[in-house]
Every structure is written in structure tokens, then in C-alpha cells.
Ligand binder design. Structure first.
Ligand SMILES: C[S@@+](CC[C@H](N)C(=O)[O-])C[C@H]1O[C@@H](n2cnc3c(N)ncnc32)[C@H](O)[C@@H]1O
Length: 296
């Protein structure tokens, strides 16, 4: 994919970020890995990459996520594009989790920064990170091993995970939805609903859609092909349409939002089956700014 040279990212931000990054250290890391052999450990031979993904650019790096250089530079760049502080932003998702999930799936886990925090927050849980890039999984696996965390890494599509129905009690996605076309995002949420146990929760951390709409320039900053569609929409509405209940979004540091929804628990009443949200899992304490989920 050709990289546009006239974006704000290319002209101003990339050179500034380059000044902050220790490129020599990144080069050393890149060269220390046999990318072909390491990515082959995760690569599912039957997986066909969707077109929207193969052609995706990532902050000016050619070839999207399907190479070792994107996986090498991802963490170094990301720390500067999640103000005010990457860890505080990610912690916003962890803090929004209710109860103690036992089986967790992190979709589009990338280099595993949020996945590691999920395992650290819930050490007894089985934690799985899934991503379409085997290169990102190479870095995620290294980070988990360095931190002594037992996490399973899966190469796969978030919209078609291959996991059985009702397999997880928590499904998360951080910084994924601004990267996927709306039709794919909706499919991902339907897949979340399918693989989630009744009463389970889904948590989505991403750019703040209200802020992005108000300050359109933020959408122009990066070369993100789907971010304008993401900004124009509503994660709450997408979740409601996928069947989740008690959907609420909370602002995180103005630039980000975390959205939570619950899979309803079916209740038998006479012969009719109705749904109810587990009272112990409602999200009353999640702030008052959330919007009720439109059911369309
Ligand atoms: C911006 S990164 C976010 C990574 C990580 N979740 C984080 O918070 O840093 C987006 C990730 O989503 C992955 N991805 C994009 N579309 C995907 C899909 N349909 N299924 C699985 N992973 C996907 C990319 O490979 C990339 O690693």
C-alpha cells in the first residue's frame, strides 16, 4: 500500500515520535527475531486474510500489521498516541470489569498489552489473545513469557473465531473497532454474543466517538481508513443491535471511551422464555453519561 506523505501524521507527528523513540534499540529487537520461523509458530495455514485487513495501513507503515517491523514498532509508537498515559487508558478497561471472569478472550490483541493486564488482574482466569497478525502474536508471546504470564495466543479473525458457543464470560477488544469497517465491527459483536455465556460481559476500549465527531481533525491525524465511519457511529448502538443489554459507554480522558454490555440471561416464565440482565452484574456504578442501547 502506498503511504501518503501529506498527512499530519507523516509531516509532523511521525518525525516528532521518531525523536522520542530509541530506533537503535528497536532495530536490535527486530534483528534478534527470526520473523519467518517465529510467526510460523502461530500462523494458521487455512486462514485467508480479509481484503480490508491485507490492504490496511498502520500509521504510515507499509504492509499493515503483516510484518515484523509493524510488530516491533507498535508498542514504541502506541505509548505516544494514547494520551495522557497508555497504562491509565488501558487500566480504564480493566477497572470496568465486574466480578471475577474465569475465561477471557481479548480480540485483536496485537502485542498483548491489554491481554497481559487482563491476566495480571485475573491470575486465575484462562486468558486467550486472538489476532490476525502472527507477527503481533510473536511480540505478545515474548512479552508474556518475560512477565511470567501464562496466556494462550491464537491466530484468527475476531468476526469468526472458531470458538464454541457460550465459551467465555468476558470478551474484550481494545483499539480494534476504529481499525475495522463497520460491517466487520458488527460481525465481531455478533460473534462476541455467540461465544459469550449468558450473563457474561463484553468490554470495548477505543477512541471517544463524541470527541472524534466534534474535532474532525483528530480523524485526519492518522492514516486510518475506517476511523471516520467509526467516529460517525455508536458502539452502544452496535452492541444493542448485537443483542447485548445494559450497554453503557464511559468517557476516558476525553480522547477514549470504554463501553460495556451484558449478554442477557434467559429466564423461563411458564412456557415463554424471556431475557433478563443479571442484577448483580448491572452497571449502575458505571457513570451517568451512558446511553441506553437502541434496539435496532
Ligand atoms: C490498533 S491494534 C490494537 C492492538 C491491541 N488490542 C492494543 O490494544 O494495543 C489493532 C489490532 O487488531 C488486529 N486486527 C485487525 N482486524 C482484526 C480482525 N478482524 N480480527 C483479529 N484481529 C484483527 C490487528 O492485527 C492489530 O494487531
Amino acid at each position: 500500500m502506498a503511504v501518503r506523505q501529506d498527512t499530519i501524521w507523516e509531516r509532523f507527528l511521525k518525525p516528532a515520535v521518531r525523536l522520542l523513540i530509541d530506533e537503535e534499540k528497536l532495530q536490535q529487537f527486530y534483528k534478534s527475531i527470526d520473523w519467518q520461523a517465529e510467526s510460523d509458530r502461530f500462523q494458521r495455514p487455512d486462514l485467508i486474510y480479509p481484503d480490508y485487513y491485507r490492504t490496511q495501513n498502520f500509521h504510515g507503515i507499509e504492509g499493515g500489521y503483516l510484518n515484523g517491523s509493524a510488530a516491533t514498532s507498535y508498542d514504541a509508537v502506541t505509548q505516544y498516541v494514547l494520551p495522557p498515559n497508555e497504562m491509565w487508558v488501558r487500566q480504564g478497561l480493566i477497572d470496568a470489569i465486574q466480578g471475577t471472569p474465569r475465561r477471557i478472550l481479548d480480540l485483536g490483541c496485537g502485542t498483548g498489552s491489554t491481554t497481559l493486564m487482563l491476566k495480571q488482574g485475573f491470575p486465575q482466569a484462562e486468558v486467550i489473545g486472538l489476532d490476525l497478525s502472527p507477527y503481533m502474536l510473536v511480540v505478545a508471546d515474548r512479552k508474556a513469557k518475560t512477565a511470567g504470564l501464562d496466556i494462550e495466543w491464537c491466530h484468527g479473525k475476531a468476526e469468526e473465531t472458531g470458538f464454541p458457543d457460550a465459551d467465555f464470560d468476558l470478551v474484550t477488544a481494545s483499539l480494534l473497532f476504529h481499525k475495522t469497517p463497520t460491517t466487520v465491527t458488527k460481525s465481531i459483536l455478533r460473534e462476541c454474543f455467540r461465544i459469550m455465556k449468558a450473563g457474561g460481559q463484553v468490554l470495548i476500549l477505543d477512541g471517544n466517538q463524541n470527541t472524534l465527531r466534534q474535532f474532525n481533525i483528530l480523524c485526519e491525524v492518522f492514516e486510518e481508513p475506517y476511523i471516520k465511519d467509526y467516529a460517525a457511529s455508536s458502539v452502544d448502538a452496535w452492541m444493542g443491535a448485537a443483542g447485548f443489554e445494559a450497554v453503557q459507554s464511559k468517557d476516558l480522558w476525553w480522547m477514549h471511551q470504554v463501553t460495556r454490555g451484558m449478554k442477557p440471561i434467559p429466564v423461563q416464565q411458564g412456557t415463554a422464555s424471556v431475557h433478563r440482565v443479571n442484577k448483580s452484574s448491572t452497571i449502575d456504578d458505571f457513570g451517568s453519561e451512558g446511553i441506553a442501547a437502541p434496539a435496532f
